[in-house]
Ligand binder design. Structure first.
Ligand code: RIB
Length: 307
């Protein structure tokens, strides 16, 4: 049986320019190409989870503008239930300006826009949705009091709470105690634990810190070095796919959405981690955020052939 996933998070319109390198301060560079496509860490993870087989609803805020309408349409087209997304009258929809270099690496600057209007009052209106869901998936692109509140009531209702701590900021112990699974990348790991992850031993030390702070499952994504999982007893290391990276935007979001969608269909942690590694590996071979997320068929086909 498929369990229900609720994503509470951000929605942005991404403006991505592809160029050879990131410009220096004061420099004007010509890009090679431009795309405008749906993004936002919350919406990316919602689309990834839905496209990869999950039963997904999203709560968040967009402006009452063209970008907001386009983002909502794209979520609906991807089978994400959008009735809990609020259109805020006097705010613009969140925007991300992204520069992608020749190696597919990116730099992102954000204007939160309507994402900043997410508040506790709104969440208390939709507490019943949290109660009716099984997995609650969050990131850090909406106000921190909202994140802390959602994690607290989700935990109170016995839900499985997943936090992708991006973009990273320090987190309170109480929040950590309400999180079941955390998925930082190396940079986020270093901000949150003070450990630079350069090896599996470093990853284990960092994971231990999260476990001591009250999290049950830790997944550290290490780029080309794959992922490391630890739950205080068992550890799993899965190497990354070897692919030609075109655009790494939303690779982490694809990973987290894929992981949760697979867990929500009752698969084991190890199977779900492998599935998520393949999904995010395939995502970096395509441009854009939501436009790069592969479908279930392609991920399963790759898994049958290569793993
Ligand atoms: O994680 C990638 C996302 O970060 C982009 O889609 C952009 O909108 C920012 O939220």
């Amino acid at each position: 049986m498929k369990e229900r996933i609720l994503v509470v998070g951000s929605l942005n319109m991404d403006m991505s320019i592809y160029t050879d390198r990131i410009p220096r301060t004061g420099e004007t560079l010509s890009g090679r190409s431009f795309i405008m496509s749906p993004g936002g860490k919350g919406a990316n993870q919602a689309v990834a989870a839905a496209r990869l087989g999950g039963f997904v609803s999203m709560a968040g805020c967009v402006g009452a503008d063209t970008n907001g309408k386009a983002l909502l349409k794209n979520l609906k087209d991807n089978n994400v239930y959008t009735d809990h997304i609020r259109q805020v009258q006097d705010k613009t929809t969140g925007v991300a300006v992204i520069i992608v270099d020749k190696d597919g690496d990116n730099s992102i600057i954000l204007d939160a826009g309507a994402n900043a209007s997410m508040d506790i009052e709104y969440i208390s209106h939709i507490e019943y949705v949290i109660r009716e869901s099984d997995y609650i998936l969050m990131q850090l692109e909406i106000p921190m009091p909202v994140i802390e509140y959602v994690c607290k009531i989700a935990k109170k209702h016995g839900k499985f709470v997943v936090l992708d701590p991006a973009p990273a900021v320090q987190l309170k112990d109480e929040l950590m105690q309400n999180v079941d699974l955390i998925k930082p990348n190396e940079t986020e790991c270093s901000i949150l634990t003070g450990i630079d992850v350069n090896s599996l031993q470093d990853a284990k030390k960092a994971a231990d810190i999260f476990i001591q702070r009250g999290v049950d499952h830790v997944v550290i994504s290490m780029g080309e070095n794959g992922i490391f999982y630890f739950n205080g007893q068992s550890e799993i290391h899965i190497p990354a796919l070897h692919v030609e990276a075109v655009d790494t935007t939303a690779a982490g979001d694809t990973f987290t959405g894929a992981l949760v969608s697979r867990l929500a269909t009752g698969k084991s942690m190890e199977d779900s981690l492998k599935f998520a590694v393949v999904a995010s590996g395939l995502a970096v071979t395509r441009k854009g955020a939501q436009s790069s997320i592969p479908c279930l068929h392609n991920v399963e086909k790759y898994m049958r052939r290569e793993l």
